[in-house]
Design a protein around this ligand. Structure first.
Ligand code: SF4
Length: 233
């Protein structure tokens, strides 16, 4: 992975003895893998059931998540849990995380306005995601929204065209080796991401912004039912 002066990458901050999600989370609190830690309040690491068969990956924490230090705590998170439940997946047995673990924003007056992470941030933060996958070993990875989908599947992937479709993971990544050869700790150790299925859908915040929220919500639930079917198969 290319390193830059501003974004040396998260792998430098992952200790080799971090075998559990809790240990990864503790190490991520001190990550300086890119410049996003400077303005954000704290690292927002993934959370949930560590034996989850389904892992959800969003874009980055929002304002509320940044303040509380937990992913998916705002309205979008609540909507996602409802949709998961309606799709037939137990919301108590999922794991939620983001492709980028610090909140990127610009200040307008006193308001912190969400800014989409750049490729450099996604690349710098990817070792945390790979390390999470390697410890969690999910059967299904659900990618929420365009930024997370591009982070995992490459810049040409279009959620609008391929949502709700099961794809082999990590074979479906634009460069699968990005997810199997990425150093996952500061000794240069490389993780093998276990094979899973991947499904992309819209981010729950897109449902909240939709003109017709009912239709958008039903679309999200329909996509998640495809993931639920994998679990009962
Ligand atoms: S966004 Fe990711 S790589 Fe950048 S400082 Fe935060 S945790 Fe580290």
């Amino acid at each position: 992975m290319a390193e830059t002066e501003n974004a040396p990458g998260a792998q430098h901050f992952i200790p080799p003895q971090a075998d559990t999600i809790d240990q990864l989370r503790a190490a991520a609190a001190g990550c300086r893998g890119c410049e996003l830690y400077q303005d954000a309040s704290q690292t927002v690491f993934g959370r949930g059931d560590e034996s989850a068969r389904v892992v959800f990956v969003g874009e980055q924490p929002g304002d509320m998540e940044d303040q509380q230090g937990l992913p998916f705590v705002g309205p979008a998170g609540r909507l996602l849990r409802r949709a998961v439940d309606d799709a037939g997946i137990d919301p108590g047995h999922i794991y939620l995380t983001n492709a980028v673990k610090h909140f990127r924003f610009e200040l307008r007056g006193k308001r912190r306005i969400h800014q989409t992470p750049d490729r450099v941030h996604i690349t710098a933060c990817r070792p945390w995601l790979v390390a999470e996958f390697a410890r969690l070993r999910p059967e299904v990875v659900v990618v929420l929204g365009a930024t997370a989908a591009k982070a995992l599947l490459g810049p040409t992937f279009r959620v609008t065209r391929q949502r709700g479709e099961l794809l082999p993971w990590p074979a479906a990544a634009q460069r699968p080796e990005d997810f199997t050869r990425v150093p996952v700790d500061n000794t240069g150790k490389v993780a093998d991401v276990p094979e899973a299925q991947l499904l992309a859908t819209i981010h729950p915040s897109a449902v909240l912004r939709a003109d017709n929220q009912d239709v958008a919500y039903e679309g999200l639930v329909a996509d998640l039912r495809v993931a639920a079917a994998v679990l009962v198969a």
